[in-house]
Design a protein around this ligand. Sequence first.
Ligand code: FMN
Length: 360
Amino acid sequence: MVDKPINLYEYEALAKELMPKPEWDFVEGGATDEITISRTRQALDSIMLRPRMLVDMDVRDLSTTVLGERIDFPLMMCPAGHHNRAHADAELATVRAACAADVGMILSSGSSVVMEDVAGAATRKIWFQQYFYRDREITELMAHRADDSGYSALCITLDASVRSKRERNLRNNYSIPASPNYDGLKVSPGFAPSSDDAPAAFSGMISPKVTWDEFSWLASKTDLPLVAKGVMTAEDGRLAVENGVKAIIVSNHGGRSLDSTFATIEALPEVVDAVDGRAEIYLDGGIRRGSDILKALALGARAVLIGRPMFWGLAVNGEEGLRHIIQILRDEFESTMGLCGKPDIASIDRSVIGTVSPLM
Ligand SMILES: Cc1cc2nc3c(=O)[nH]c(=O)nc-3n(C[C@H](O)[C@H](O)[C@H](O)COP(=O)(O)O)c2cc1C
């Protein structure tokens, strides 16, 4: 076992050693055969780069903006529940690490630290993620709490409203307490949970019934810009824009919801083409190397997000571990940009990638 990890995979291996197996399985696992998890990585690995030489690389600028907010390089922390499964400081460690690195963060409504406290620990703008709940009063209430406590955008996750089958959690008989964000809320009884590990009381709250016009309704209740997470097709990209969404996260939920979907990097081009510049587009799923960030940007993403690597960093060394994970990605991204002859974000375009070797 290495004691000083130098890349995200070494963090993953260390975290696996350190975390109890059921917790590890909760973080690492996905739906049914986990085909989507492996495909999401394989597709990124299959993209080859076309570097250009003798470009002036003296000054390099990795920074960009997401919904008008500057970030140091095109990275955000995924909304992911229950960071306390990896470290006792939980989302407080995550928000400190993200803010120190000046990258984005989307706090999950399933956080183990209450959303107001995480907002209080933030030293830069962060966003909040929630669902369309069965009870519109809860949807509105969560949105208002996000606004009141200083979150600057509202991300709605679309791909978890129907129960998924996560077999590792079933095998481990795994369950998790509900997030304190839901303390005191009245929950309608008797609804089926939407995933195996989610507490029934919470996941039964997500509406399996709402359609795209729910975005228009929510936009009439909050001034926060709305972000749609879980878009995987051109059709849904178009509908998101038509219903007022300002940004889209191309995501397959890290292979934790529907199995046998395309890799997100495969879905990205059709969403980018359909949206045609009318909303910002980000991508998550399998981002483990700086070169993955460059590949996603080349195919039209404005930024990427990491999910599981947050837990690896936290499990290995809390806030410091996650800061190191972010620094590794930054260093790798900067090096990849430099070696490809791309001095800044605007210079990254489709010409830097080829999907198929000319010899194959
Ligand atoms: C432990 C865990 C919890 C998650 N919880 C949420 C959540 O509460 N809301 C959400 O929208 N996505 C959730 N996700 C999905 C992530 O936001 C993201 O889509 C996915 O993890 C990205 O893939 P990656 O883990 O390969 O980076 C979760 C992912 C993990 C690993």
